[in-house]
Design a protein around this ligand. Structure first.
Ligand code: NDP
Ligand SMILES: O=C(O)C(=O)[C@@H](O)[C@H](O)C(=O)CO
Length: 281
């Protein structure tokens, strides 16, 4: 199974009716100096959804790639995120990101982490709501939010987050958090969906890959897509990014999805949002 620019990625419809390509392209750890080239390649491969963040230091490369691609702006979905250290200046930080991306409107803007020790995410959310109402973003959402953090938003705000972007891969599925998120009408977006490449070696995934003539990454991504999640794998490699995109053409049987659900092993890679104090991120 090889990648092809003709792979059709389905859209999901967010709670505010905005459509998002279900399979996107993450750029965490893509060096700033390589980002334009890598994102141009991803767009040429067929990706139409890019996930960046102010903290990644590569928004300008994403914007330059979009401008150079010649693809109509309306056909590309761009997400960026509010730095943790900017929760007290969300409007100004958003305008900095918008400038770096060279975009008038950002499709989705997320609070990157709740950082509960700062006690500022509700205040930041209110700023995002105002910017959203002013038309600067098509949707707003959160990342790394636990039910307690979502409850705090609900108590004091008006706009429902469109997505909650959380760590989710076979070894760490956060099934309760994902179910809670969905029950609130919020879409689940899986980050580190391949476990940063560490969730590809298991024998069950390998057996499915052999059965379908696919790669382990394609099996894992097909599982995410069939499970209804938005998914944003990163690859700075031209062949692997195409391989990942081609997962949108792979359908697994229900018992195979159940088998992958059974691979949960508590293998968290990133920080725990309950305690993460990334105030400098
Ligand atoms: N909101 C948040 O707090 C977070 C958000 N994210 C977002 O999620 C995106 C994806 O998560 P990320 O942490 O990057 O991890 P991923 O699970 O996407 O894994 C990326 C790693 O897997 C490798 N890889 C990619 N494709 C393949 C393949 N087909 N076969 C073998 N190896 C492969 C990559 O190497 P190579 O590049 O060499 O191909 C890289 O080392 C990020 O880029 C970012 O946009 C990530 C972490 C936290
Ligand atoms: O990639 C992200 O979006 C993250 O928030 C984290 O990976 C974070 O940057 C981190 O790893 C800090 O150690």
């Amino acid at each position: 199974m090889t990648g092809s620019p003709r792979t059709v990625v389905p859209d999901l419809t967010l709670g505010n009716s905005v459509r998002i390509p279900q399979l996107g392209f993450g750029v965490f750890q893509v060096p700033a100096g390589r980002t334009q080239e890598v994102v141009e390649d991803a767009l040429a491969a067929g990706y139409r959804h890019i996930d960046t963040a102010a903290a990644y230091g590569n928004e300008a490369g994403v914007g330059a790639a979009i401008a150079a691609s010649g693809i109509p702006r309306s056909e590309i979905f761009v997400t960026t995120k509010l730095r943790n250290g900017d929760q007290g200046r969300a409007r100004a930080a958003f305008l900095d990101s918008r400038r770096a991306l060279n975009l008038d409107v950002v499709d989705l803007y997320l609070i990157h982490w709740p950082v509960p020790s700062q006690g500022m995410f509700v205040q930041a959310w209110k700023e995002l709501e105002a910017l959203y109402r002013d038309g600067y973003m098509r949707a707003i959402g959160v990342s790394n939010f636990l039910p307690d953090h979502l409850d705090a938003l609900y108590e004091q705000s008006q706009v429902l987050p469109a997505v909650n972007q959380i760590e989710l891969h076979p070894g760490f599925q956060q099934a309760d958090l994902a179910a809670d998120t969905v029950s609130r009408g919020i879409a689940v977006e899986a980050y580190s969906p391949l476990g940063q490449g560490r969730e590809l070696a298991g024998s069950q995934v390998a057996a499915l890959a052999e059965k379908y003539g696919a790669t382990a990454a394609q099996i894992v991504l097909a599982w995410h897509l069939a499970s209804g999640r938005i998914v944003i794998p990163k690859s700075a490699d031209s062949a692997r990014m195409r391989e990942n995109l081609a997962s949108a053409g792979l359908d697994l049987a229900q018992e195979e999805l159940d088998l992958l659900d059974g691979l949960e092993g508590g293998r968290r890679i990133g920080a725990d949002p309950a305690t993460a104090d990334f105030s400098q991120l």
